[in-house]
Design a protein around this ligand. Structure first.
Ligand SMILES: [Zn+2]
Length: 400
């Protein structure tokens, strides 16, 4: 082979060997501060490049590297991803947690309970659609591991704080003013359940019960309303009526389960969308007459459906609860039921209603459980109820 034909390819080979492998931080975006120490870090790089991040395991999935913390990266520190053992400037800073720690789940729930706006106080401040969109964007960023949202949350008087238990944080009001709710997340969760207490005061002790359930099931999120459902005198635009606040009337705008113009609805829609395998479990309470089922379970649609998640939970409750209590399913036409949650705006969203505020959903997605409970169940039967919900066996959402 003539010399002049060999030389160029040798030069090309030498260039390939010397140029550093290209690697680009995809998530978190460089420049962001306060990155979640619990989330996987994504890097765009060739499959044969060796990436190293202290405290994380590397895995190549679908053209992208994921560096997943084995438990948690050290908070409040700069972390560098090494490329073939070399620092090529791929670094980010994890969020400082210790300086903003606020206590345990139970302590946070108690604080939210203390700060809740009272029935008839008119202290609930309904968010605008623009505020809901901005709040959704902040939550989305946090679910993706970008916790540099202090400025965005502060626009609504909100902030995030770490709980004592590693992996858990709460997004709530810095000073309770608008009473739009508290939103807890567990980024070390085992279960893709989202526990919700929209009526923590009117449905006595469902907030505390939701906290216990969140912990015991290692659920991914917990939402607690910041307002008593009858705080506001103003009617919700959403369909349905109740006698909860006096004579039968439309729901109030402060009723977290019956207004789509709320942070509670926003948080539900964000998590239901972001974690497509998640199931929301909403805890309610009702005045039991002693001669009826002590629990009514609904999927939010309440059409006769043998495969409904409501039947699954009903069966599990009947297996776990003391024999003095029975549970009935709104998805079983052979049972007499009430309080089936078909006007619930979170349920309507999960069940793909074309218009969550005005229109009941027609087909259950089996991603929403509406549980109505007699008082003794909320107070003294939390363990059997937790055991029944555990049987749902929901996987943790992948690739947070
Ligand atoms: Zn309720």
């Amino acid at each position: 082979m003539p010399m002049h034909r060999v030389l160029p390819s040798l030069v090309a080979l030498a260039l390939v060997a010397c140029s550093p492998p290209s690697a680009e931080l995809v998530r978190p975006l460089s420049g962001a501060v306060q990155v979640s120490p619990f989330h996987p870090v994504a890097v765009q790089a060739d499959a044969d490049v060796e990436l190293t991040l202290a405290g994380a395991e590397a895995e190549y999935v679908d053209g992208q590297w994921w560096l997943t913390p084995t438990t948690s990266l050290a908070p409040g520190q700069v972390h560098t991803v090494l490329v073939n053992g070399v620092d090529r400037g791929l670094s980010f800073t994890t969020a400082e947690l210790s300086s903003r720690q606020v206590g345990t789940v139970a302590e946070v729930i108690a604080e939210v309970d203390d700060a809740r706006s009272a029935s008839g106080s008119a202290l609930y401040d309904e968010p605008t659609s623009a505020e809901q969109d901005a709040f959704a964007a902040s939550l989305e960023r946090m679910l993706d591991g970008d916790w540099d949202v202090d400025t965005a949350l502060a626009e609504h008087g909100y902030r995030w704080d770490a709980l004592t238990e590693p992996g858990r944080i709460v997004v709530w009001e810095a000073t309770p003013t608008s009473h739009r709710g508290a939103f807890l997340f567990d980024f070390a969760a085992d279960s893709g359940l989202v526990i919700q207490a929209p009526h923590p005061e009117y449905d006595t002790h469902t907030g505390e019960q939701a906290g216990d359930t969140f912990i015991a099931l290692e659920a991914s999120a917990l939402f607690v309303s910041g307002a008593h459902r009858c705080t506001s005198p103003d009617a919700s635009a959403c369909s349905g009526t109740t006698s909860a606040c006096g004579s039968t009337a439309p729901f109030k705008i402060s009723d977290a389960a019956h207004s789509d113009q709320s942070f509670f609805q926003t948080a539900h829609e964000v998590t239901a969308t972001h974690w497509p395998d998640s199931v929301a479990v909403q805890l309610h309470g009702f005045g039991w007459d002693g001669n009826e089922p002590a629990a009514y379970v609904s999927d939010g649609v309440a059409a006769d459906d043998a495969g409904s998640i409501a039947n699954t939970v009903r069966d599990a409750l009947n297996a776990e609860l003391p024999s003095t209590y029975t549970a009935a399913s709104c998805a079983d036409a052979s049972e007499t039921t009430r309080l089936c949650g078909t006007t619930n705006t979170q349920g309507r969203f999960s069940n793909a209603s074309p218009e969550t505020c005005a229109t009941a959903a027609s087909v259950a997605s089996n991603r929403f459980v509406h549980l109505e409970q007699a008082r003794d169940l909320r107070d003294n039967q939390r363990e059997p109820i937790i055991a029944a919900l555990r049987s749902l066996g929901v996987p943790v959402p992948d690739l947070r």
